[in-house]
Ligand binder design. Sequence first.
Ligand code: BGC
Length: 687
Amino acid sequence: MLTTEALNTLINAMTLEEKIGMLHGNGIFETRGVKRLNIPPLKMSDGPMGVRKEFPAASWVAKDLSDDYVTYFLSNTALAATWNEDHAYTFGQSLGSETRSRGKDVILAPGINIIRSPLCGRNFEYMSEDPYLISRMAKPIIKGIQENDVAACLKHYAANNQETDRLSINVEVDERSLEELYLPAFKACLTEEKSLTLMAAYNKLRGDYCCESNFLLQDVLRKRWAYDGVVISDWGACHSTEASALAGLDVEMAVTTDFDDYYFGDPLYEQVKNQIIPMKVIDEKIFRLLSLMNQLNMLDGQRQSGVRNTIEHQQSTLKAAEESIVLLHNDGQILPLDSKQIRSIAVIGENGNRSHADGGGSAEIKALYEHTPLAGLSMYLGGNVKLTYIKGYTSDPNANKDTYFNLREEACRLASNHDLILFVGGLNHDHDTEGKDRTTIELPYEQDLLIQSLKAVNNNIISVNISGSAVDLSTVAKHSKALIQTWYNGMEGGRALAHVLFGQAVPSGKLPFTFGQTLEDYAAHSIGEFPGDNTVHYKDCIFVGYRHFDTHDVTPLYPFGHGLSYSAFKYHDMSVTTIDTSVIVEITVENTGQYEAKEVVQLYVGDQESSEPRPTKELKDFMKINLKPQSTQKLVFTLKKSDFSFYSEKYKKWVMEPGNFILSIGSSSKDIRQSKTILLDVFKEVE
Ligand code: BGC
């Protein structure tokens, strides 16, 4: 590692031209180095589900190499659904190692924007509607990535919650919602687990592009959070030279190949030369970049080389995928299936045999392989159960009513002579994608009609929904004996699904966002504030996701935190004690079922009386535990004053008002098993 003095010596030795070369793209995914001073270029790649395929420096036509295949990891929503930080860490470790093995320095991941609407095209790249769950799951990813001499690039800062007009939309959001919802996960990932780089988003926040927002980049990031890492623009998100340079953007990246013409190219050079922008500002940016390179061992010393496509990466992806699968309902315990009792399964639905890795926009993956559900089932069953696959619907854009009718007829014929129908539907990356939002939460391609027709000929239906966002599952749910939610679940997703269906893995995933019954169930839509028109007003304030459903008595189809098991858990003996500045909550959880299984025990806090509106409850802690049948475990949670506080715009800080609080422990945000009300008035003023 070089000393600070050595870094400053390097800066002093650099010409202005050399400095400018480091501050903007000189390739679509890299900056320029300074050869004579042994400063390498900074090489980046997307993110977040694996390392993206290789592009030439100045073209978006991929190179068509044979050695840029990689592990296709779980999407972020899938990872969040595990509620298991160990998986997040292992994922980060593996992703970091693959990034290094592909010769990159920065991986453009993780994406942590709040899921505000089920229609946002990039929800699959994000994690949750809840900032606490995001923070808990994203921090270990960053830690894992950065243990490989690779920097994470946290994205997209901030309030980038839709794709419609993403390059220009202005987000008007109140201070409290920023503090309580849209900023906390960024804060946690930059201060508690320091992501070495941060991507400034495309959108405007309160009238200013994020790349030139003094509020975001100066007041919050540098001053309040004391962040000294590198801020990189989203690709084409920088719209100015002086304003962005002075606000604190360090590196401008864009999608065009006229690199010298970038705002941080020749125009920046000119403005520094003409003393419009002080050299000091440039030197601070270079210092941050050199410090980053220093921390990644790019300037001297031994650098890790990383590995890719290892069995270990594939195996850990399988394990995480198994844990991400959410069992939504299971009538009469029809699941798990017993392969000895079934002679034939009709797998119906395009997603039953469709791969998803190579889609979605910048998150696309050139996967070494991808096991579809059909492949996973074939591998699991080993030829002992007759498996027949048929599309039943198609995503072909040229399909018309007749096409759907014929596909349905064909599917019904098949369904009538099989023991069981496994309907595998949902979305794909034509919908869950960068650059556009969906316009409805209904399932596309007449899937609701398909399942209704299937039920008429064979009511033994188990359904699997694959999507990165909430969709309207009410019809599918009504016509299925069991319903499973799975995701863009990585290259082992199909095997993971088979393992869960047949009980080789017991489901323990929990929904990281709410599944409503209609679009209007969601706050942003009920008030008509999505996607806005030039400006989008977040009048839903802090009432996003379950905070809205709970508080405004909207009954979801499946609530936040929901997910069933093949086993059963009993919660008992909840107790609460207050010790100085902490509230200690204890509970005993017992596995009363037949299977060794995992449960996510969720702790929510609700303020009973407050001077400001507050959600009925908010997630403040959770633990994922593994219990053998008939065994118990006592859990101890410790809550701090901040867990009872809200952000007061009046006092410009987090405040806790004394009074009654309800502490609720449950298996989902709706399935509360035990709760206690406590009066908090004697908290010592220590935080
Ligand atoms: C996306 C980023 C991505 C970048 C580089 C942008 O369009 O918003 O998430 O990292 O492209 O591909």
